[in-house]
Design a protein around this ligand. Structure first.
Ligand code: GUN
Length: 285
């Protein structure tokens, strides 16, 4: 069994980006600029946003974090987004989710200029993924595909099972696995006889948001397990994934740990998307 080191893969991705970005001042007169907006003080968001800024620094990119109070109105946030959309010095723009309940996430996602949408959440980018037209890939699914590639796991011809049907992970990663010629079963926490299905998996991606829901009896020998969960163990209070690592790992040929698996890859792909938005803009001048 191999523990897939997402931190290591993400570090080498960021190093490659740093080298690429270092050539930009001479070619284009500046480096890419990512703006991250956080509304409120959700503890997980505080950590994620800080890590995004750190990753920009590691890649030699400019970054700005805008923190707005929890009680910011939807209109005020939408106006802030319009201002950043119009700002020529901003290449990538994201609003950290989740947002306070009084703000519509759908409206916010639609408001972001699709050409600056480094999250790949805008309807135009989502459509591009499903219609195979130019688009920005969402970061976590892109990170999962890169991890599989780095581990030498070719999805072609394999049976992949995805648990979770969110717009952010489950649906897009299922589509990307399909496009890589896997045969994909998409299921969720209400799927009847889930263990019967997960035992068929050669690649198992778990993004259900439920601590330790996949146990050793639910997988077959040799499976490659990608755990997208970021949960708290109800017994110990420690960070854990959607996969019960201790019982699943001995049967897996490879498995991502939590933390240190998919998480760092999401941020590395965000950096790639920021560079891509920057380069698209240069190309369109
Ligand atoms: N919250 C959790 N993951 C993400 C992400 O990838 N992007 C944004 N904007 N918010 C998130």
């Amino acid at each position: 069994m191999k523990i897939i080191d997402g931190k290591q893969v993400s570090t080498s991705l960021k190093e490659a980006l740093r080298e690429q970005v270092a050539t930009f001042p001479e070619k284009f007169g500046r480096v890419p600029h990512l703006v991250v907006v956080r509304v409120g003080e959700d503890p997980a968001s505080v950590v994620y946003v800080r890590n995004k800024a750190k990753a920009c620094e590691a890649c030699g990119m400019r970054n700005t974090t805008i923190v707005l109070p929890e009680e910011t109105s939807e209109q005020a946030l939408l106006s802030q987004i319009q201002e950043l959309n119009a700002d020529e010095t901003v290449d990538g723009l994201l609003v950290q989710l989740p947002l306070p309940k009084h703000i519509s996430e759908a409206k916010v996602i639609e408001a972001i200029d699709h050409s600056k949408d480094v999250d790949g959440f805008h309807p135009r980018n989502v459509a591009g993924l499903w219609q195979k037209t130019p688009h920005m890939n969402p970061c976590t699914p892109a990170g999962i595909m890169k991890l599989l590639e780095a581990e030498g796991v070719d999805p072609k011809g394999k049976r992949a099972v995805v648990i979770g049907r969110s717009n952010i992970v489950g649906l897009p990663v299922a589509k990307m696995l399909l496009d890589a010629n896997a045969t994909v079963t998409l299921c969720h926490t209400r799927t009847v006889n889930l263990p019967e299905i997960t035992r068929q998996a050669e690649i198992l991606v778990v993004a259900a948001g439920r601590a330790k829901m996949v146990t050793g009896d639910m997988v077959s020998e040799g499976v490659v397990v990608i755990d997208v969960g970021m949960d708290r163990d109800p017994e110990t209070g420690k960070l854990c994934g959607d996969v019960d690592f201790d019982s699943v790992a001995p049967k897996a040929s490879a498995i991502t740990p939590v933390p240190g698996g998919v998480g760092p890859m999401t941020i590395a792909c965000l950096m790639e998307n920021t560079v891509a938005c920057f380069l698209n803009k240069q190309g369109n001048k």
